[in-house]
Ligand binder design. Structure first.
Ligand code: G3P
Length: 218
């Protein structure tokens, strides 16, 4: 399973990259706004800066909702860097635009996916990635990971090439369960990635090893 980081924060992207485990980045308008980015030029520069940190795919979301707007914006975003993946919402014109991008060699990430039916449509349109939001599904007392499992099974049995990108990850257990469910990619906040490191027995064991190592020093 690939690890993407779900943030537009350059320091966090660099920290995950420096760990050596980062395969890509996803952003969305909320994450970009959180970094205080304002205006077209600043948005373009920020995506460029992200692409300079990672060698992997970088999802950049369109703001438009009509086919024409999505295609125009997507072309501009895709021109920033070869690694830009145009993130398109799961709406009728979005599906039409994803098909257009796929026919024209532009990578896409279909976002705001909450059902298997939506995931089938995204794959039929030729999306490179599909993003089911598992945390937001859990927030409504449904099972987000179960949806990942269902989509993975459908894509495998139907031979769809779209990668299942588990999004809206809220904790390390989400990452583990998405790996079990066969997700191709997990896009996570840095805190969830670092949470994978934690186990009290590791801390206690290391403390003892270091203590014993000292006795051997002289
Ligand atoms: O990038 C989309 C997704 O990961 C959003 O997550 O936590 O806002 O539901 P969240």
């Amino acid at each position: 399973m690939k690890f993407f980081i779900d943030t537009a924060n350059l320091a966090q992207i660099k920290e995950a990259h420096d760990l050596g485990i980062l395969d890509g980045v996803t952003t969305n308008p909320s994450l970009m706004a959180k970094e205080g980015i304002k205006g077209h030029a600043a948005i373009m520069d920020h995506y460029k800066a992200i692409c300079e940190i990672t060698d992997g795919p970088v999802s950049a979301e369109v703001f438009g909702t009509t086919f024409e707007e999505i295609v125009e914006e997507g072309k501009v975003l895709a021109a920033i860097h070869d690694n830009i993946v145009v993130k398109v919402p799961m709406i009728k014109d979005g599906i039409k635009a994803i098909k257009w991008f796929s026919d024209n060699g532009i990578q896409t990430n279909c976002t705001l996916v909450f059902s298997a039916g939506q995931a089938i449509l995204a794959a039929k349109a030729g999306a490179s990635f599909v993003s089911p939001f598992i945390g937001r599904i859990d927030d409504s007392s449904w099972d987000g990971v179960q949806l990942i499992e269902q989509i993975v099974n459908i894509y495998n049995s139907q031979g769809f090439m779209t990668e299942v990108l588990a999004a809206s990850i809220r904790n390390p257990l989400h990452i583990v369960r998405c790996a079990e469910a066969g997700a191709d990619v997990c896009t996570c906040p840095l805190s969830s990635i670092l949470g994978l490191l934690k186990h009290p027995l590791t801390d206690l064991g290391l403390e003892q090893f270091l203590k014993d190592a000292k006795t051997m020093a002289h």
